[in-house]
Design a protein around this ligand. Structure first.
Ligand SMILES: [Zn+2]
Length: 656
């Protein structure tokens, strides 16, 4: 969902802001809208008859009421309880305002209003499109007249008639479909009262396929089965965990009308039970989910079936957010992060390896956004929000869906903000007993932050002189230093690795604090886990090793030598000349990267951050340093040829 504020037509906005109480006092509520709408491609035009059952909810009786519509929609006739009635248009408020004079309508009484209207094209305005080929009308543009109200809220039953080769789609369910020799008539029945979400219309010459209640519309034939099966799985999971799915049908349009990137952060858009998808996503169904799972790459590349699932899952969550669980307007980005993380919970449930790649990929993107000076931007806050939720619910993403269920029970239709989120997490923690299902509430408090933080391990040798022995002796102890750079308290789980066993120990550190520990000399290495890795700036310092990490050290030092045109042992490390694998997006040969990097500055080096091995292949994550300053966060793909030799296959530098 894009920010509603930006989408509101100026007309509607103008009315809410400037309309005096006068008009609000003349408004009625709609109990039900029934009507017939006809699309004629030759003109092109939309026209029809609409029957509103209205009710006067004002304390006083009414003798005039106001309707509003987009200025290009023409109202031809108005009947009140079956009789033609007079109306004025314009009346100082603009073309789209109609004043209807009516006989006295007492308070709490119902009446019928019938309106005939027409709308002639071609029109090619933003989200207000009427051509011979297609129709896309955003409900917020008020393409159907409605009584003036702050937020229109009613159910509708609309029959849309098109030529047989066209198909209409509304944010509702297909109640009935009749195909005549020259016309197709679909009766659409809305399932929720939120007209701003349900009242969008699409018409086009689609091919339509369906599997039970999931419908897929496309201009080009596509392989529908992955879409159907993943939607079904996600709806099942959400229904079980979050609560009944609000719609009985889903209509997926494999097309973005007018735009690419209709949502701000993701390649799709949800409007009630309509989901628009970028067709690029379904084009690439040939790359199987297993292939992505088995790839060692620590993120999900663009345009493949895992991305398609991510977008579908995200859009499916919009059935609950914001129609049932609403966030404050200030927390719009957090709401989107919630939608995204809920979607990732479905991916986690069915493809846990892919879930990890999304989280790792977000971290890589966050670091690169920061390095390129964009940590104040909306995308940073969004990805940060997703990874904060991962840190808060890491042990159990299903708990997150239960948590949304509890939020809905507590705050259905009431706007929530950070306080309500934290309060509810504390409530959940107080009623759940096993410690591994506890929400890390402090990580939720990081939502909206614009910084990456760091937990750091380091060590020094401590020389202890023993005066009590007969002969004075000097012992070397290792002193471990742990620093928590996060603005929240952290439990650091330390694992001490010995030759043939390991021990764990938990150290609690307050926000921005540090501590020292003495450890014995037999320890080979120590690994720190905080559960906040997805928001950490550096992972190399989450571990200290008293023996050399031969593989990593030699790989990074050889790469550094290579970029500085110095010799290195080519028996141990081989650098591939050209990128042999064309499957990895953005993977470049180190020869090419060296040339363009040293063009910027001759001083290029890499600082190791993390190694992600995967069977015989793997990735090294590292900071690319230009003139000793971190420039970008890169990935080296490698293949382990044998126990002694590593092949560097290429580099992915997202900022180059
Ligand atoms: Zn969204």
């Amino acid at each position: 969902m894009k920010n509603l504020k930006h989408l509101f037509p100026i007309l509607y906005f103008f009315l809410i802001l400037s309309c005096d109480e006068f008009i609000l006092k003349k408004t009625v509520v709609v109990k039900l809208l029934k009507g017939d709408i006809i699309f004629e491609p030759n003109t092109p035009s939309l026209f029809g008859t609409l029957n509103y059952t209205i009710k006067n909810r004002q304390k006083k009786s009414l003798q005039e009421i106001f309707f509003i519509s987009h200025p290009q929609v023409q109202i031809d006739t108005i009947k009140y309880n079956g009789d033609k009635t007079r109306f004025d248009q314009g009346i100082g408020y603009g073309m789209g305002i109609y004043r209807i004079r009516i006989p006295v309508l007492p308070s709490e009484s119902d009446a019928q209003i019938e309106i005939t209207f027409h709308l002639n094209g071609p029109i090619r305005e933003e989200r207000f499109l009427l051509t011979s080929e297609q129709v896309f009308m955003d409900a917020k543009k008020i393409w159907l007249p409605v009584p003036f109200a702050e937020t229109p809220s009613f159910l509708y039953l609309l029959k849309v008639s098109t030529p047989t080769n066209y198909i209409s789609i509304l944010g509702a369910r297909i109640k009935e479909e009749t195909i005549k020799p020259d016309r197709r008539e679909i009766v659409w029945q809305s399932e929720i009262e939120d007209v701003l979400h349900t009242g969008n219309i699409f018409i086009g010459q689609f091919e339509r396929v369906n599997h039970n209640d999931i419908f897929l519309y496309s201009y080009n034939p596509i392989q529908p089965n992955p879409i159907f099966s993943f939607c079904r799985k996600t709806i099942n999971l959400f229904s079980n965990r979050i609560g009944k799915y609000p719609y009985s049908q889903i209509h997926i349009i494999n097309e973005l009308f007018q735009y690419k990137d209709i949502e701000e952060f993701i390649d799709g858009e949800a409007m009630a039970n309509i989901i628009q998808l970028s067709p690029e996503l379904s084009d690439t169904n040939s790359i199987s989910i297993d292939k992505i799972t088995n790839s060692p790459i620590p993120f999900v590349p663009r345009n493949n079936v895992a991305k398609l699932y991510e977008v579908l899952a995200h859009e499916l969550t919009h059935a609950y957010l914001p129609t049932i669980l609403k966030f404050n307007e200030d927390n719009y980005i957090e709401q989107e992060a919630f939608a995204e993380y809920a979607g990732l919970c479905s991916i986690w449930n069915y493809y846990p390896e892919i879930y990890k790649k999304f989280i790792d990929g977000n971290r890589i993107e966050l670091i690169n956004l920061k390095l390129s000076g964009q940590s104040d931007q909306r995308l940073f806050r969004y990805l940060y929000g997703v990874n904060s939720l991962h840190c808060a619910f890491k042990e159990n993403p299903a708990l997150f869906l239960d948590y949304i269920n509890i939020l809905i029970q507590k705050y259905r239709y009431i706007e929530v903000g950070p306080e309500e989120l934290i309060q509810t997490a504390n409530d959940v923690n107080s009623i759940t007993s096993p410690s591994n299902t506890i929400i890390f509430t402090n990580a939720i408090a990081l939502l909206g932050s614009e910084q990456l933080y760091n937990v750091e391990l380091s060590f020094s040798n401590l020389y202890v002189t023993n005066f009590f022995e007969k002969y004075k002796t000097v012992e070397i102890h290792r002193q471990l230093f742990i620093q928590n750079g996060f603005p929240i308290p952290v439990d650091v789980i330390l694992t001490y690795i010995y030759m043939d066993y390991s021990l764990t120990n938990i150290v609690h550190l307050d926000s921005f604090s540090n501590t020292n520990l003495i450890c014995d000399n037999k320890v080979l290495s120590i690994i720190a886990k905080t559960g906040l890795e997805a928001l950490e700036e550096k992972l190399s310092d989450n571990q200290v090793s008293f023996i050399s990490n031969y593989g990593e050290d030699i790989a990074i030092s050889s790469i550094n030598n290579f970029y500085n045109n110095q010799k290195f042992n080519t028996r141990w490390v081989k650098i591939e000349k050209s990128n042999t694998s064309n499957e990895d997006e953005g993977l470049e040969s180190l020869y090419i990267d060296r040339e363009r990097s040293t063009f910027v500055s001759p001083s290029i080096s890499f600082q190791f951050d993390r190694i992600v091995p995967n069977k015989k292949e793997g990735y090294i994550q590292a900071y690319k340093m230009i003139d000793n300053k971190p420039y970008s966060y890169v990935i080296f793909k490698f293949k382990k040829e044998n126990i002694n030799r590593i092949d560097i296959l290429g580099i992915i530098d997202p900022l180059f």
